[in-house]
Design a protein around this ligand. Structure first.
Ligand code: F0G
Length: 484
């Protein structure tokens, strides 16, 4: 089909799941009860859920049929072998260990490959990856290119590793203290930005020259492959599976959260080429996840994952997936909303520091913007800024990353273009009232991954919108319980 035709979805809807619209006053109470943290909202109170693209995809009829073929044997389930074959075929790694989700794989990898005092360079941190590295005694060092930290840079591959930064880490610490290089495909915290195939090749070559292994975070490798096909000179003629294999063939293994690219609600894996590493992982997986042929999953989950991996590689699927995200991004750009550019793979990242420039970073503008958006329309987004970055593990001080973002993450195959329009309209409406959005302070701060469970209070007592006359004044509203 001609490239300038629309990206219409390569599926039709066979079953629907009703969602609930709520009133503004209901949402004001719900977000106050949730401590202004969208993670603590009940999903019943959410209209369009863009909290995450993780485990929120719609499975296909083939995947649902696969669930019925679950072989729930404790050991050696037939579904495990289907799954193993799918990973070997599409990702190319020889040894495959299933885990219940991505962080299960990260836990095992960190335990096996990091010793106390090691450093782990990587192309920007991801929350769960970094904490497992730290708990294993390592320290993450960011070696992504500077452009990744600039929301306005139009660099086509903002996920790239900066070779000079990596060389400096190797020189400063010596190759023996570099546990491995952690290479994430489409970098989540940078806004879903891809790594070029050339950069994968150069980075892996540099590491291997020094005897340093490279482990991919392949969670969104298919989305990365689509950008390579679209943008990288010489790659337009390659198929998506060819690009995925070309990436994986450079590396020594990967961790995977199959809840994203692979179109399942739960699942993940760890994969290696090296038999000794795989043995170590099989030894540990029985302690933390389950036997090495189920890794904390039901047989049916493994089957759904085997089918999801295949479906994720289909060109029409990935084109429509990226096309939908881009549609929302283009609408917001046209309205002058500051978002991370270029539009990335799995969502739109609003630049909260710019949008709510009246709020200092200590008042968590991204957290406040996510709460305000929910109150406006019932759209649930997620903070990706200071709260997510946490405190410096040595000094205990808040870390203030350059990027103070709100992520509108698009689940795969779930929402329609009309839903995207509603989201865009709501962001624009909140932006029109931006001066009224109030800042937040912690009322409860958990020790680890604080963004999941933290609670906040508004700086003033009138809810997230100051002098709210959008619908009616909120100042007289008692903090009543929600009637369900
Ligand atoms: N790596 C990346 C790049 C991720 O985005 C995630 C999860 C993980 C690893 C961990 O995988 O959740 O299966 O344990 N990201 C989710 C998100 C939580 O919303 O971005 P998991």
């Amino acid at each position: 089909m001609s490239a300038n035709r629309s990206w219409a979805e390569p599926y039709r809807i066979k079953m629907v799941e009703p969602i609930r619209m709520t009133t503004r006053s209901h949402r004001e109470r719900a977000i106050a009860e949730a401590g202004y943290n969208t993670f603590l909202l009940r999903s019943d109170d959410v209209y369009i859920d863009l909290l995450t693209d993780s485990g929120t995809s719609a499975m296909s009829d083939r995947q649902w049929a696969g669930l019925m073929q679950g072989d729930e044997a404790y050991a050696g389930s037939a579904n495990y072998y289907h799954f193993e074959e799918a990973v070997r075929t599409f990702y190319g790694f020889r040894h495959v260990i299933p885990t219940h989700q991505g962080r299960g794989a990260e836990h095992l990898l960190s335990n096996i490959c990091i010793k106390s005092g090691d450093v782990v360079p990587g192309n920007m941190y991801f929350t769960t990856t970094k904490i497992h590295q730290e708990l294993a005694g390592g320290r993450f060092i960011d070696v992504i290119i500077d452009e990744a930290h600039d929301p306005e840079s139009e660099h086509p591959f903002k996920g790239n590793v900066d070779g000079e930064k990596l060389k400096r880490v190797i020189n400063d610490y010596g190759k023996d203290r570099v546990a491995y290089l952690s290479l994430e495909l489409t970098v989540n915290m940078a806004g879903g930005q891809p790594v070029s195939l050339q950069n994968v090749r150069e980075t892996c070559a540099l590491c291997h020259e020094h005897g340093i292994r490279v482990f991919l975070d392949a969670t969104r490798c298919v989305e990365n492959a689509y950008f390579i096909k679209e943008r990288e000179p010489g790659c337009a003629g390659m198929s998506i599976p060819e690009i995925v294999r070309a990436i994986c063939d450079e590396a020594d293994g990967c961790t995977m959260s199959a809840k994203k690219d692979s179109l399942v609600n739960i699942g993940g894996f760890l994969a290696f080429n090296d038999a000794e590493l795989a043995d170590a992982a099989r030894n540990l997986v029985v302690i933390y996840e389950g036997l090495h042929t189920y890794g904390g999953l039901a047989g049916r989950d493994l089957e759904a994952m085997a089918i999801g991996i295949q479906e994720s590689m289909e060109y029409d699927h990935i084109r429509a997936r990226i096309g939908q995200v881009r549609y929302l991004g283009d609408r917001l750009l046209k309205a002058g909303i500051p978002i991370v550019r270029p539009v990335g793979g799995h969502g739109i990242f609003l630049n909260a520091a710019t949008l709510l420039s009246h709020l200092p970073r200590e008042r968590f503008p991204a957290q406040a913007l996510a709460a305000a958006l929910y109150v406006d329309s019932g759209v649930r987004a997620m903070e990706r800024g200071t709260v997510s970055a946490g405190r410096n593990s040595e000094t205990g001080e808040n870390q203030y990353p350059n990027l103070e973002l709100v992520r509108l993450t698009i689940p795969r195959r779930v929402y329609t273009q009309a839903h995207m329009d509603v989201v865009a309209e709501s962001v624009i409406a909140v932006a029109d009232h931006r001066d009224r959005v109030a800042g937040l302070q912690f009322s409860y701060e958990p020790k680890h991954l604080r963004f999941f469970q933290a609670r906040f209070a508004t700086i003033q007592s009138h809810g997230i919108f100051r002098n709210d006359d959008c619908e009616r004044p909120t100042t007289t509203e008692p903090a009543a319980e929600i009637v369900r």
